[in-house]
Design a protein around this ligand. Structure first.
Ligand code: SF4
Length: 469
């Protein structure tokens, strides 16, 4: 149990402790368990083998997102592995009584998009999912983290999880973002500043004026990539922006329950005087659009910067890692990133596939044509985002600009569904990982914001969107 003056994450931790024992992991109660088709089949098989039921099907929600094709949903799934995963999840959810937003559901979408938009994700909750980017839900002041397949089975069976407490890490982003700078640039700048191991063993809490000024979609983008700095989770204290977003959502509390919930949620923010184990500051006023040049999300620079020069790095391990990344990416040391030709632009993923992301890209592309040498894929995060986009005329706008506008799913974020780069191709991608082969074997990924991605779609090269806006 933490002291009387506590941080946001400590408050959520304390209120979910089932059992604590010196020297052993703590037992934590889980409020919301999100399930998808890739990391759940073994977990359900495990339950079946042990003759167990799902302890709280009412606190468990499933969707199909990772391997689902983003083409016409009325057509059969041709890939036998994907077809089997999709069918298996459907069968498992029926057998174990879990609500499932499957292929033909009006609420289907990426797990980290539908949880918040349906109002399942709420402040003060513990949220888990067999997916690394569960930290997304921390944008609501939830303690949310990814778990492994055996843990998925444990949570299904017991609604509890063994966990060790994390250290607390405050990421303070002050100032006002200038035009062309987005939430994605904040989190890419943080990853570049601390590196992929910089947040290891911690729960991040993002604070400061630049964070407070973000809408919920922007906050989700920031929290989503907490894992890319090695953190267990990332959180933002709930405020009026949070409450307005949640009010009236299908699974948000209603009536007197809503009032009681908001009163409870208002007690969650970190207490004055609470101490964090670590702190770092970022100046929001001076941020520029960010882009990655390497093979992990910490290998990023501002758009006007240059890729590093290994010979100038004294640490031998870091020098080798940079040289290896440059070799994979086919980039010349010390050269500017601006002007690099790209083959593909991907606007989508649980980092940047929400309506505000699509609107941002559309604002750049409106009335223009994408470069004929670039394949541009726009993939909404959910059926709800798709409906909103249709209401605003965005699909026509994207298609008239020459984009390939798709059905909701993870798509080229993870390239499990056939949407992928060819070997050697370069993409500017709004997703969250630029690992070797992440978007297809031999594919090379520059991570960036929807604005920067849309700018590259128009010019065919890495571009500073501020020159277009
Ligand atoms: S979009 Fe990418 S990171 Fe997000 S849930 Fe899907 S595969 Fe995971």
């Amino acid at each position: 149990m933490s002291g009387s003056v506590r941080t946001l994450s400590q408050k959520v931790w304390d209120s979910h402790l089932v059992r604590e024992e010196a020297g052993a992991p703590s037992l934590l109660y889980i409020d919301l368990h999100l399930v998808h088709e890739v990391t759940s089949p073994q977990a359900f098989s495990g339950l079946r083998a042990r003759g167990l039921k799902v302890r709280r099907p009412d606190l468990t929600v499933a969707t199909t997102d990772h391997s689902i094709p983003t083409t016409d949903r009325s057509l059969p799934i041709l890939d036998p592995i994907a077809a089997n995963q999709v069918a298996q999840l459907d069968k498992n959810c029926k057998e174990f009584g879990i609500p499932h937003y499957g292929v033909h559901s009006e609420h289907q979408g990426i797990v980290h998009v539908i949880g918040p938009e349906l109002g399942f994700t709420q402040p003060g909750m513990t949220v888990v999912c067999g997916d690394s980017h569960t930290a997304t839900h921390g944008a609501f002041g939830a303690l949310a983290f990814g778990i492994g397949t055996s843990e998925v089975e444990n949570v299904l069976a017991t609604q509890c999880l063994l966990q060790r407490p994390s250290q607390t890490f405050k990421v303070h982003v002050d100032g006002t973002l200038r035009p062309g700078i987005t939430a994605k640039d904040i989190i890419l700048a943080f990853c570049a500043k601390v590196g992929i191991g910089g947040g290891t063993g911690t729960v991040l809490e993002y604070t400061g004026a630049a964070i407070r000024a973000l809408d919920m979609e922007g906050r989700m983008t920031v929290c989503n990539m907490s894992i890319e700095a090695g953190a267990r989770a990332g959180m933002i204290a709930p405020d009026d922006t949070t409450f307005q977003y949640l009010h009236g959502r299908p699974f948000s509390p209603k009536g007197a329950d809503w009032d009681a919930a908001v009163a409870r949620w208002k007690r969650l923010p970190t207490d004055d005087g609470a101490r964090f184990d670590r702190e770092v500051s970022i100046d929001g006023d001076s941020l520029e659009p960010m882009i990655t040049w390497g093979t992990n999300p910490g290998m990023g620079v501002s758009i006007s910067g240059a890729v590093p020069e290994p010979s100038s790095i004294s640490d031998p391990l870091e020098r080798d890692a940079v040289a290896k990344a440059l070799s994979y990416m086919g980039l010349e040391a010390g050269k500017p990133i601006l002007g690099r030709p790209v083959n593909v632009v991907f606007i989508g993923s649980c980092t940047n596939s929400r309506i505000t992301d699509l609107r941002a890209a559309a604002a750049v592309l409106k009335g223009r044509k994408v470069n004929p040498n670039v394949r541009v894929m726009v993939v909404p995060g959910s059926m709800e985002v798709k409906r909103q986009a249709i209401a605003e005329g965005l699909p026509e706008l994207f298609r008239e600009a020459g984009c390939d506008y798709r059905e909701p799913g993870c798509s080229m974020c993870i390239a499990m569904n056939g949407d992928q780069l060819q070997p050697g191709e370069y993409s500017v991608s709004t997703s969250n990982r630029n690992f070797e082969g992440r978007q297809g074997k031999g594919g090379r990924t520059f991570l960036a914001s929807p604005l920067t991605a849309a700018a590259a779609a128009l010019t065919g090269v890495v571009t500073d969107v501020r020159t277009i806006l």
